[in-house]
Structure formats: C-alpha cells, structure tokens
Design a protein around this ligand. Sequence first.
Ligand code: NAD
Length: 548
Amino acid sequence: MTTATTPQKPTGYQVLHNPRLNKGTAFTEVERRAYGLEGLLPPAVSNIEVQVARRRAEIAKLDDDLQRYLVLSDLQVRNETLFYAVLMADIATYMPLVYTPTVGEACQKFGHIFRAARGMHLPITARGRLREILGNWPEDDVRFIVVTDGERILGLGDLGAGGMGIPIGKLALYTACAGVPPRYCLPVVLDVGTNNRELLEDPLYIGLRQQRARGDEYMAFVDEFVSVVQALYPKSCIQWEDFANMNAVPILTRYHDKICTFNDDIQGTAGVALAGVFAALRITRQKFTEQRFLFLGGGSAGTGIAELLSQAMTAEGMDIREARSRNALFDINGLLVATRTDLADFQKPFALDRAPIAKFVDAVKTIMPTGIIGVSAVPKLFTREVIEAMAEINERPIIFPYSNPTSRAECTAEEAYRWSDGKAVFASGSPFPPVDIAGRWFVPGQGNNVYIFPAMGMAVYATEATRVTEEMFIVAAKAVAEQVTEEDLSAGLIYPPQSRILQASLHVAERLATYIFDEGLARVGRPDDVGALIRARAYQPVYTDRSQ
Ligand code: NAD
C-alpha cells in the first residue's frame, strides 16, 4: 500500500501533462516503455531540435503578434523545456512577443484570452489568509517573485488583475535572458480591485469587482504578503513591478533595507540609463565626472536616473551636492530651480541655485550639457534647434530620448543623427531601425531594462543574496557597458545586441555576484571561480534522461 510519505512514480499520462516533465514526441522508446507512454504518443520519436523548428515555423506563419503570444503561452503550459528552447533559440525575435510590446495587448485582453491559470492571484478579500493561500503553490523553494497590483501596466494604466501578464512575461525573461531556473520563479498579482470602469463592467473580467483599496488597508495587505513570503520562502527576492508611483516609492522605501527586494521600474531603469552613459563615454572618450546631464522630464524616471547617476559620480569621489547639480532637471514648468514653489520633495535635491529658464533650448544653451535625456513622455521635444545646439556645444553630444512607446520619443534616431551631422551618441527607450546618413550606417541602441533585471535575478539566486543595494545597479551598469564591443561602438551601438543577451547577462551576473560576496551579502560560501558558479546554476533548456 502506498502511504502519504512514499512519493508515487507519476503515470505516463501524468508525465505527459506535467510541463516540467513533458517532452512530447521527444520521449525515447525506452522512456515510453518505462513510463507507460506507449500508445499515448504517435510512434515517431522526435528530438528537441525538430520540435523547436516545428514551433518556430508555426509561429512565423501566424498573422499577428497576439496569436504568436498565445501559441507561446500554450507551449509554456504544455512543455516548459521546449518553450525556453524556442525562446532561447532566437531571443531577439521572441522577446517582443513574450514581453513588451505584445504583453501589453495581452494584459488589456487578459480576461478574453484567458486559458490556463499561471502564478498566484492574491485577492485583498483574503486578507489574513495569505499564508494558507500561498501554501497552495506547488513548489516549496521559491527564490524569485515578480509581483504587481496592476495599477500602472506599462503605459496602459490600470488593468487590474489583467496585469498578471507582466509578472509571467518578465519571469520568462529572467530565465531566457539570464538562466534563472523557472522552477524557483513565482508570478504574483495582488488583486486590490481596479478603478478601470471598462474592466469592472466587462463580464469576462477575471479580477475582483471593486474599487482599488487604498491607504492603511492597502499597506496592511502588502505587509501581510511580504511577511508570509519571508516565512514560506526565506531565500526569496521580491521584485515590484508596474505599481503606480504613489505606491511604488513608499513600498520600496519601506522594504529595501529590510528584505531582499527591488523595483525594476525605478532601479532597473536607472541602471540601464547609467549603462548607456558608461558605454557612450567609451565613444566620447570623456570622464564620467566631467559630464553634465540635462533631463527633459522630472518625474519618477527622470529623478530615478538622475539620482543613480549622481550616486555613481560620488563613487568616483565627487561630493553628492556637486554630483546632483550636474544632473539638472527640466519639467513642464521649466528648469528645476530653488525659487520654484511647485517642486515635490523627491525633486528638491536637484533644484539649482540659478535663475528660472522656461524654454528647453535656452536651458541647453545655458547649462551646456554633455548629454540630454528625454523622460517626459511627450514626443518631438528634442527639436532641430535643441539637437543643433547640442552638436555645437559638444564634439559628440549624448542624446537619449527614453520616452516610451516609440510614438512618444522626444526625437527619432534619424533626426538625432541627421540634425547633429552624425555626431550624436544615441540610444532610445523604444527601438528604432538603423539609419543611413550620407552613406554612413548607424545602429541605434535600445535602453531596455532587460540588460539589468535578469542578470540581477541570476546573481541574487546563485548567491542567495540577502539584499539588493543601490550600488548593485552601478555595478550592473558598468558590467553591461563592458559587454559592448568596439565593433558595436563603431556603428554607434551603446548596448549589447539583444541576440547576445544571455552571454551579456551571465557576465553582468558574475560581476554582481562578485560584489555580493565582497560585501558579505551572500548566503552561500564564496567559490574560487564566481563565473563558474553562475554558469553552473544557469538553466539550460535540455531534456534530461528520465528512463533511469
Ligand atoms: P512621470 O509622469 O512621472 O514624469 C513625466 C515628467 O515629464 C514630469 O516631470 C512632467 O512635468 C514632464 N513633462 C511633461 N510634459 C512636459 C513638457 N511639455 N515639457 C517638459 N517636461 C514635461 O513619468 P515617468 O514615469 O517619469 O516616465 C516618463 C517617460 O519615461 C515615459 O514615457 C516612460 O515610458 C519613460 N521610461 C522609459 C524607460 C526606459 O526606456 N527604460 C523606463 C522608465 C520610463
């Protein structure tokens, strides 16, 4: 008789319906006999290469990206190894399908395209019972949680429980871009309601039908979530994703020095911008501490990037006040100066002691920045006059229109290169195609957070880090910039090509892990070879022989 303590060998049928064990037609004849799979599969024995080719051909023939997203999601539910083998075979092609931009449409239509549930949906109506509910998750060792409350999904606003598409997609990138093993990853949505009327009236909406919880009730729910996660999964890292600013900043402030946690929208964004700056300096051949940046936009992205750049300048010996004065901000009401009465607390450290300036081009001519960074979400504000002024002031002006999506970019790649006579060192938030200017070929880079967060996850997982510190984003930024080759730089590319993301991420993870060991933040012993530790821990999408 089988008792509860003797694990039962899964039946062939169960193996076939377990995405982590399933190999589909690639089960060998020996395995088919051993598991009782004979007859449950067609007789032709395949292999993973053939299976990858079959799926890729099917996806390529589809008409639109949402259909491609669905084919990939269904594959993830059926056969996890094959899902990652497909993604990792051509990550640059599949990343925009499993994550932005396609995931945005998937989140908007989540209730309408809903198939198999994935991850944990934690409704605020279950307050006080989260331990019991999280206990339903089948894995008892969770290392990485991506969690959202769905309030600010990409640029699409409040999508309530439909925001679940984001943690699912993002975690797929932790695995595909840096090798974090999927079995340790848990996507979570904290369902606190939605203020999106369309969703509340949609009969197919999958979340709680109530207005968003706010204030003490909201924070008590987040607190309960964090403490239950700590109790059940003490080695885990929580990554906050797509919360509205009003909650994102207080949550990060509340936990960042108590648990292992980070917010990719705030910290990852700043890290990737800093990486762009470090690589750009390899082209301009200037010192970091000689730079002056002028930000168009003084919101969460602008102040977040400006603060990390300032911190990185202090790491090179500069005083923090001097460093912040080298990162000037310009918002809808003009340059941030001390005499302004409308500044929020988080903007005040960047207020300059100088006269107000109302026009951006005048601020450029007065401050004479070496780089301008656009985070205003308003298109076309980097005008011809602005770019020409930058090209007059600088031999190689740094021009980063980071606003997303493409339609919001402060200028296009072509405009930046053309108006600066090919002098601009350019990177953008959304992708732009290569540009030919007078016979010279320029390849614009995309400042995508994917260069930072998967590597951060891999380093934290491999070292069982206790904290994610601000300095780790500076370490990551330097390591990303190191991955840009001289050949990339000569084409103007200041981020590694996305096709090389796995290699780049493993390098960044190694640098981060070394820092984690140096700072005494690791919970595993330091190995002789940190790179070998990272490579040994990295997931690979290969079938294991289960017939033994
Ligand atoms: P936010 O709303 O917090 O800030 C917007 C800022 O722009 C505000 O300071 C506002 O005053 C300013 N602004 C608006 N209109 C202006 C105008 N006409 N002139 C000058 N300033 C103006 O938004 P946010 O969260 O900081 O995001 C801003 C942009 O940055 C978005 O487009 C977002 O997609 C982009 N972003 C890009 C990345 C990335 O590429 N990795 C990451 C995060 C955010």
